[in-house]
Ligand binder design. Structure first.
Ligand SMILES: Nc1ncnc2c1ncn2[C@@H]1O[C@H](COP(=O)(O)OP(=O)(O)O)[C@@H](O)[C@H]1O
Ligand SMILES: [Mg+2]
Length: 249
């Protein structure tokens, strides 16, 4: 069976779909057979990304992609998931920023759950409730509780364990009080609930530009990609490499 990597967070716009395709392409570049599963039928961002890639760059490596329709029965979803996992080395699952039955099923299938969050106390609140005066963690937030449920469900289903990785995305180069508070809180989070904090990714315009082209930072040196590499892209790729190594991909 392949490994299953799920991108999840109860918030939208944190980079789940973007990072899902980057992880998939990074694995394909290393010669692995990769499947992608879009469990966010409402937005379908990963599906659009994969479609753009297939249409504009048919010669680049492509994933086996599935996008089950909204309301697909749970048993049907579960067998689709098992089938994709059996036929590939890696299954990458993208989930919506909402607590849907599909999202729950996806979370419970994760060997590795990757949660990107914006560098903001607003995003952090979903992982843990923070006392506004002491800036200490009071209790788990709603998303941490969902992950806990997924861990229990997974343990019952397959006896396996779930490795939860949290990272900040779209980091600003400017030092801020918010950012320092986040540093401290993430360290405390790592101790308090079972997760691993990895170094984050900087805010870079290139991620937005690559979407319509169906490309990732790992493709842009490839023949015919039509995007020239600059220093910021090199740094961004290095960050991604460090991230994927940390995740264990
Ligand atoms: N590191 C980054 N720097 C700049 N823009 C980013 C970065 N990561 C993601 N984005 C952009 O943020 C937006 C939301 O990303 P997306 O992957 O769709 O998030 P989600 O799937 O969590 O809703 C997109 O416009 C994407 O291009
Ligand atoms: Mg998304």
């Amino acid at each position: 069976m392949s490994r299953v990597v799920v991108f999840g967070n109860s918030k939208g716009g944190t980079g789940k779909s973007t990072l899902a395709l980057h992880a998939a392409v990074a694995a394909m570049v290393r010669g692995l057979r990769v499947a992608t599963l879009d469990l966010d039928p409402d937005q379908g961002t990963l599906t659009r990304y994969v479609e753009n890639r297939g249409r504009l760059h048919p010669n680049l490596p492509q994933t086996t992609h599935r996008r089950p329709a909204m309301g697909t029965e749970e048993a049907v979803l579960a067998s689709l998931l098992a089938e994709l996992a059996a036929d590939h080395d890696l299954l990458v699952i993208d989930t919506p920023g909402a607590d849907t039955p599909m999202a729950r099923l996806g979370h419970a299938a994760a060997d590795i759950l990757v949660t990107p969050l914006n560098d903001s106390l607003v995003d952090f609140d979903l992982l843990a409730r923070v006392d506004p005066e002491s800036l200490r963690i009071e209790r788990p937030g709603i998303y941490a509780e969902r992950v806990w449920e997924a861990k229990k469900r997974r343990a019952l289903q397959s006896g396996g364990s779930l490795d939860w990785v949290v990272l900040r995305n779209r980091l600003s180069p400017l030092e801020s009080r918010n950012s320092r508070a986040m540093d401290g809180l993430l360290k405390e989070l790592e101790r308090r609930i079972r997760c691993r904090i990895l170094p984050g990714l900087a805010e870079r315009v290139i991620y937005r530009e690559l979407f319509l082209k169906g490309l990732t930072l790992l493709d842009i040196r490839a023949e015919g990609s039509g995007v020239a590499m600059n220093l910021s892209h090199v740094a961004a790729r290095q960050e991604l490499r460090t991230l994927f190594e940390g995740i264990g991909l």
